[in-house]
Structure formats: structure tokens, C-alpha cells
Design a protein around this ligand. Sequence first.
Ligand SMILES: NC(=O)c1ccc[n+]([C@@H]2O[C@H](COP(=O)([O-])OP(=O)(O)OC[C@H]3O[C@@H](n4cnc5c(N)ncnc54)[C@H](O)[C@@H]3O)[C@@H](O)[C@H]2O)c1
Length: 336
Amino acid sequence: MNVGLGFIGAGNHARHHMKEFAQLPGAVLVRVVDIRHIRAEEAAHDFSPLRVSSTLAELLADSDVDAVVIATPAESHRELVEAALAAGKHILLEKPMAHTPEDALAIANAAAAHPELVLLVGHSERFNRAYIDARKAIDENHVGVPRFASASRLSPLHLNDPGWTLGVLDTAVHDIDIMLWLIGDRPVAVAANGVRVNPDLSIFDHVTYQIHFADGALAQGHVGWVKFGDGYPMSGNAHPRLFIAGTAGTLSLDLWQRPVAVDNNLSGAYFWPDDVLTGYGDYFTELTAQNYAFVRAVTEGKPLSIMPAEAYQAVRVAHAARESLTRNNGSLILLD
Ligand SMILES: NC(=O)c1ccc[n+]([C@@H]2O[C@H](COP(=O)([O-])OP(=O)(O)OC[C@H]3O[C@@H](n4cnc5c(N)ncnc54)[C@H](O)[C@@H]3O)[C@@H](O)[C@H]2O)c1
């Protein structure tokens, strides 16, 4: 069975999806809509056989569209998800799930009311072999119980929009989700501080945040939007790093280097768990792996590796960090 895809939003990231899905067995590009019509026109020109819809209703009414890819700013997600579910469409929804916990919860509840439809939130790092191997190292007890995590992510400025409600925390939700996933405990409080480095921006472009967990574990993150020069290595990509200290060892991950290294205190072993660099057979990027997982969830009912409730948690933490950042004095925001 093929999955006919409708794209809602035809901006920067939607075009990556179109490129990936165009090469993916089982996926067919059907329609695209964007409130900036010219973007839909350009996408249809570049990605055959996409056809332009002038309204969302027209796209959703097309019975050849089995699933939609929502790649619009988070502020629009709830309304678009509710419309797509009502029209009986499966959904690949870009992260963050929403710009507020209220909208994220509404989306999770709406998805739960439609168990026959797939809702996958695009936390693409969950499909990145480096993070999957980090999780495997923790599951196999190489680092013991994680007690401290530190993540850093530098994202190219041109890929981001200073108008997003969550600001640079829109980008940080990747690391927030990964640290919640790896630490596996309940976050209870969040604090954040920021600084404006780029004089052209009216928002904090470098932010540090801390997440306190119920069992006393601590996570911290640094997220920054950076104007990389063309000559900078991998200037078009984020530079994500992660460090975990556990009761039995440490783990560090750097997506620009050999991705995952584990140092186990007890055995004295220092190793790279696996074949991270060898890829996915035919599927090499985390976006391809994610989109392939989405197609298989729709066609074969394969379980999702990130559930809506987890994406909601990431929004909750990011939003609390934003609240703390608004005061910019490191105020601790309690999560109830
Ligand atoms: N998973 C990732 O690694 C990753 C990477 C980049 C962006 N993103 C996410 O993807 C989303 C889009 O980011 P982007 O960089 O493509 O932004 P963008 O500004 O380049 O594109 C967004 C597009 O959505 C359109 N749009 C806005 N509201 C709409 C609506 N109601 N209906 C139809 N179209 C609408 C805009 O006109 C624009 O063309 C964001 O949520 C962002 O966080 C995820």
C-alpha cells in the first residue's frame, strides 16, 4: 500500500521532507498548501507530482491524501492537527508539538480520540543512530543510573525564525526530549537564562536551561542560533553534543565526531558501542529513518518510537524554560 501525502506548509523544513519522501518506497507526494501560496507553487514545481491546493479544506478533501506532513510554526499546530484528524488523515507533525503545554495536551488528547490514525511528532533525533546507541548503552547499564546530563546544540541562524513563541527553545526541544528520554524520570522544575549576542536579533540567541528531576538528577542545556560562515565545517547543520554522567560511567556524544563514546568505571572499558557510522542500509539520515518509520506505522501499524505524551512533556519543559527566561534571573519554575 502506498501512502499519499499532503504537505501543510512548504517552507524550509517541509522541502527536506518532500525530498526525503520523494525517494522513500511507499510514499507518494500528492498535494501541498501554504498560506504563502508562492511557496506551494515553488514546491510543486520542484517536487513532481505534487499539486497545489489553494486552501487547507481542498487538500484535506482529497481522498488520495492519506496522511499530512505539518511543517508550519508551532503556533498553528493545534488547529491544523484538529482539522486533519477530523478529515481522517494520519499526521507527521513537526516539533515542537505546540508552542504551549495547553495546545500540546489538546493535540495529544485529540490523537488519543483517534486511535485508528497515526500521529508522529517529528523529534527526528529519536531516529538518529547516535542517540539510539546512547539509549542502548544506558539500557545495557554501561553508565549505571544517569544522574547528570548536559546537552548543547548550535543551530544555523538562517534555519530559524525569531518570531517563534519559544524562540531558541523551539530548537532546544530536541535535546530536552532526548534528556527526558535518557534520564527517564519525572521533571519537576526548570530554570533558564539567556543573552543577546547577535545585535540584529531582538531575542535571546544563546540560552542555558536546567531541568531538575524528581529523584534529584539534573540536566542542563545550551542552545544557540549561530550565523556560521560558509567555510565553517558542516555550516548548514546543527552541532549537537551530549554528555551523561551515571553511577557506573560516562557517555559522550558529538555528532560532528565519532558519535558515541562510553567509559565504564567498573570494567575500565572504553568503547564506541557499535556501527553508528555505518548508517541504516538504504536509509542514512535521521529524517529518512523517521519518515520511513511514519510510513510503516501507517501501512503496517508499526509502533511509534515517540508517543504524543512524550512530545507534550518536551513542550511543557521548553515552555517552563521560556517562562523563566522571560524573567531572565534563573527563576525556578515548578512543574505540577
Ligand atoms: N525536526 C527538525 O529537525 C526541524 C528542523 C527545522 C524546522 N523544524 C520545525 O518545522 C517547522 C517549520 O519550520 P521551517 O524552518 O520550515 O519554517 P519556515 O518559516 O521556513 O516554513 C513554515 C511555512 O509554513 C507556512 N505556514 C504558516 N502557517 C501556515 C498555515 N496555517 N497553513 C499553511 N501554511 C502555513 C509559512 O508560510 C511557511 O512557508 C517548525 O515547527 C520548526 O521547529 C524542525
